[in-house]
Design a protein around this ligand. Structure first.
Ligand SMILES: Cc1cc2nc3c(=O)[nH]c(=O)nc-3n(C[C@H](O)[C@H](O)[C@H](O)COP(=O)(O)OP(=O)(O)OC[C@H]3O[C@@H](n4cnc5c(N)ncnc54)[C@H](O)[C@@H]3O)c2cc1C
Length: 277
């Protein structure tokens, strides 16, 4: 185990866990408790950032890219090689890569970058001929834009945005979409980051009729579908008789568990802010 500091509040936790690495799909996550005892009580959810394998020692495991935001992640930042942690995973449903995918946008906001590097690796590995990938990544400042070099090494075309203008477009990452989407017309958009960003991307994708998958974040207590703390409203694909949307009645919806039915959803299924505008 290793815990590498990448910036003032950013770390990459490298974990030896041979059971999880081979079974995982990009977009899936783990529930992790990196502290002894029960304070904090609940484990925390983290996307699997990437898997790794050391051929010589036949060791394999996963990396978790995380930002220190509260008590749990502060305790994680103090982890040292040899410490043991409680971990369950891989959990949830990851991103779906359509057969023969030729072009895609990966859009990340802040820590939303975490599941996108492994997704890029998988698309490149599984698609022939080589697909055209673009990363659109936004953050507050340039120190919040992680893993850019790794995407460039994969020959992904990278477009950056920062709110303070320290690098790339000055403003939000979503402000680049109306120019870039019509120029490149990706086959699929994959997005991960804050909900306001995902909602805007879903709107743009729908306007240009491009399929879009979003990875939702919710507070989660169990991560396995039991506690219902992470439910979100989604549109019913086949509304029951008499409940079809007519512009007057509320959209027929169901509650789905982000931990079990997601965290990745088709953007058009999601009822943003649970219907509260
Ligand atoms: C499926 C999933 C994957 C995630 N992947 C990553 C990842 O790869 N890297 C990463 O850094 N973080 C990720 N997160 C968010 C991460 O779980 C939280 O940052 C973490 O639980 C905070 O724990 P804490 O004890 O440090 O903070 P707390 O003390 O619990 O909370 C501190 C602050 O963070 C907010 N917060 C806590 N959890 C969430 C959450 N799930 N969504 C939004 N705000 C939250 C709280 O409301 C509070 O304001 C993911 C969350 C989900 C649901």
């Amino acid at each position: 185990m290793d815990n590498i500091q990448l910036g003032p509040n950013y770390f990459c936790l490298r974990l030896l866990c041979p059971e999880i690495a081979p079974a995982y799909q990009p977009g899936q996550f783990v529930m992790l408790r990196a502290w002894a005892g029960y304070d904090p009580l609940l484990p925390r959810p983290f996307a699997i950032h990437q898997t790794w394998q050391r051929q010589d020692q036949e060791q394999q495991g996963i990396d978790i890219l995380y930002q220190v935001v509260g008590r749990g992640t502060r305790l994680m930042a103090g982890l040292k090689p040899g410490d043991q942690i409680y971990l369950v995973g891989p959990l949830g449903k990851g991103f779906i890569i359509p057969e023969g995918l030729q072009s895609a946008f990966l859009v990340g906001g802040g820590m939303g970058i975490a599941p996108l590097l492994a997704l890029a690796h998988k698309i490149i590995r599984d698609s022939r001929p080589s697909p055209k990938l673009s990363l659109l990544l936004g953050g507050k400042g340039k120190e919040d834009l992680l893993r850019v070099k790794e995407f460039i090494e994969l020959k992904v075309s990278v477009h950056l945005a920062t709110e303070d203008g320290s690098v790339g477009h000055k403003g939000l990452v979503t402000e680049m979409l109306p120019t870039i989407i019509p120029r490149q017309r990706p086959q699929v958009i994959y997005a991960s980051g804050p909900e306001a960003m995902l909602k805007k991307i879903a709107h743009e994708a729908s306007y240009y009729e491009i399929p879009c998958q979003v990875s939702l974040e919710r507070l989660m207590a169990c991560g396995i579908g039991a506690c219902l703390s992470c439910v979100t409203k989604t549109r019913l694909a086949q509304p029951p008789e008499g409940l079809s949307p007519d512009g007057v009645s509320p959209t027929p919806f169901q509650y789905q568990r982000v931990c079990l039915d997601g965290p990745v959803f088709e953007a058009q299924e999601v009822i943003w802010n649970n219907g509260a505008e």
